[in-house]
Design a binder for this molecule. Structure first.
Ligand code: HEM
Length: 527
């Protein structure tokens, strides 16, 4: 039998030791003095943001040529700087959201994103993979200047580090399936289960030092992208001056849903995800399966090893390199959409992994064969199911986290009526804050810098940071609580908690021997 070659991690910018994290700590400064204007602005951008001076400073920046960032490390540093400065610029502080991003940020941001095969928007890669230093593990940058934000990123970075060794083990497991080595595969799965368990231990650390209030009101607004952001004053997204003739871009904000690590687990274990509310009922796994031989890779487009392949838009299926158009309850699952925001080589790795993933069909076919009651097969099935169970536990804990950090904070409301953010009427020359949305004059009466009359949201946008009405928006799942209606809906028709629950349930239902979900599906458990 001819097998497709297994991916070699290093071909995809992945290290067997550090996984999707770079082996060397990210650069703390760009070595070429040409980029000093960026570094100098970056060094003090938290203070500039707090003083509503960041836009002014950006207007003074020259348009630098990002092609002078020659190494990967330099490109990642440049990308981090431009992500942070651009999100600070667009969302501002006590300012209306800016609808136009000046060329000094837009042009090099697009350029460096292209070099990294990414998008010009704040991503998991920017704030988690390339934003740390080894000083008891610390971040290089935060938007809010808070230790809570550092912790939020660092816990995620630590998950990437803890999970890194799993990647080689997943490839080993795939090889062991090809070798038809049941005992070896069982051992490998037991080790993998242990690693996923450790990931969950790290995940729980989020509760220790990231205050939900600070996260929700001070950090999350800045992670937002510009998709489904009409209520925040960006109905069409953001125009990047000097890029694509200034066409509007709508891009989702940063989310750990972009973590290639979690995607790799789903792909390797054949956990499929469907658009929210569109999920085929999985048939019982015992007694039948869709593959004659789980070790064959050719022709297994969906690799879930079942007969329910009628739905072909699964996450572990192929991923288009272009941005999926439908971001809501339509045909494209949100998790799949997140691959668009990963570094190119990592995204390509997941595609390759999809093509060779064979564990689930193999285990499924054995469980349905006349060897189903052999002790070694029973052990294998148990080991596989325990891996799935740990991924499901990860999602259980994650749902609790989202409930505490988002749903509960949104329900409670801010401790100061405007949540620390200005509404349009509070931005007047009298209060001394920043620019006037309608005239483009800065608050002290001086004319705005000529390069850019502050590009702001349209007249009439009255809510800058609409946490009070948007649930879940910053990661691209805008949620709007309809008046007189208890249901929290996403503007794309999706709903935050149902989406996460479905993802958790899809995991649980991937077990060969079904067990009920640990957390009930009743809505009341989360409200
Ligand atoms: C305070 C902590 C966290 C909050 C509030 C949070 C919030 C969210 C939200 C709102 C979503 C829905 C999709 C979106 O809007 O992006 C999501 C998805 C997701 N998050 Fe988190 N997250 C947190 C921490 C983490 C961490 C540390 C990880 C680890 C990698 C993680 C991994 C994921 C994944 C993989 C998804 C996709 C859904 C799934 O696979 O089931 N999250 N998160």
């Amino acid at each position: 039998m001819v097998f497709k070659a297994l991916p070699v991690l290093t071909d995809y910018d992945i290290s067997p030791e550090t996984g999707f994290l770079p082996v060397e700590p990210p650069l703390e400064i760009l070595p070429d003095p040409y980029f000093a204007p960026w570094e100098e602005t970056f060094r003090c951008f938290n203070g500039l943001l707090l003083a509503s001076r960041i836009r002014q400073r950006v207007h003074e920046l020259p348009v630098l040529d990002a092609s002078r960032l020659t190494t990967k490390a330099e490109q990642r540093r440049g990308y981090l700087i431009l992500c942070m400065l651009s999100h600070a610029y667009v969302w501002g502080k006590h300012e209306l959201a800016a609808e136009v991003l000046p060329a000094s940020l837009a042009v090099p941001w697009q350029k460096v994103a292209d070099m990294l095969e990414m998008q010009p928007i704040l991503t998991h890669a920017a704030v988690v993979l390339w934003n740390w230093r080894l000083f008891n593990l610390d971040t290089l940058a935060t938007l809010s200047g808070s230790s809570d934000e550092s912790w939020f990123y660092l816990v995620t970075t630590a998950i990437e580090a803890k999970g890194a060794p799993v990647l080689s083990k997943l490839l080993n497991a795939i090889q062991l399936v090809r070798d038809d080595d049941i005992t070896g595969l069982t051992q490998e799965l037991v080790t993998i289960r242990g690693i996923i368990e450790e990931i969950v231990v790290v995940l729980r650390k989020m509760f220790e030092r990231c205050d939900p209030y600070v996260f929700y009101w001070k950090v999350r607004p800045y992670l937002a992208g510009w998709e489904n952001m009409a209520e925040a004053g960006l109905p069409n997204g953001v125009r990047y001056e000097g890029v694509d003739n200034g066409k509007y871009k709508t891009l989702a904000g940063g989310s750990a849903a972009q973590s290639s690590l979690i995607h790799a687990l789903d792909v390797a274990f054949g956990v499929d995800h469907y658009p929210t509310g569109f999920r085929p009922k999985k048939p019982h796994h015992h007694g039948h399966h869709g593959h004659k031989n789980g070790t064959t890779v050719d022709g297994e487009a969906t690799m879930n090893g079942q007969t329910d392949n009628f739905y072909n838009e699964t996450v572990s299926g192929r991923v288009s390199p272009v941005q999926p158009e439908d971001t809501g309850a339509g045909s494209t699952n949100f998790i799949q959409k997140m691959r668009f925001y990963m570094p190119g080589p990592h995204r390509n790795f997941l595609t390759h992994l999809t093509e060779v993933a064979n564990i689930r069909p193999y285990v499924t076919s054995l469980a349905a064969s006349n060897r189903a009651t052999d002790e070694e097969v029973l052990k294998l099935v148990a080991a596989y199911d325990e891996c799935i169970h740990q991924i499901k536990v990860f999602r259980d804990v994650h749902i609790q986290m989202v409930t505490l950090y988002i749903i509960m904070q949104a329900n409670k409301g801010p401790s100061i009526s405007h949540g620390g953010f200005a509404t349009k009427h509070s931005i007047t020359p009298a209060n001394g804050f920043s620019s006037d949305a309608n005239t483009g004059k800065v608050a002290n009466g001086d004319a705005a810098p000529p390069a850019a009359a502050p590009p702001v949201a349209k007249k009439g946008a009255s809510i800058l940071y609409p946490q009070k009405i948007i649930f879940g928006a910053p990661h691209g799942l805008a949620k709007k609580q309809e008046e007189g209606n208890d249901v929290i809906r996403g503007t794309g028709g999706t709903d935050l908690i149902p989406f996460l629950r479905q993802s958790r349930d899809e995991t649980n239902e991937s077990k060969i021997v079904p067990t009920p979900s640990m957390i009930g599906t009743s809505k009341s458990s989360f409200t």
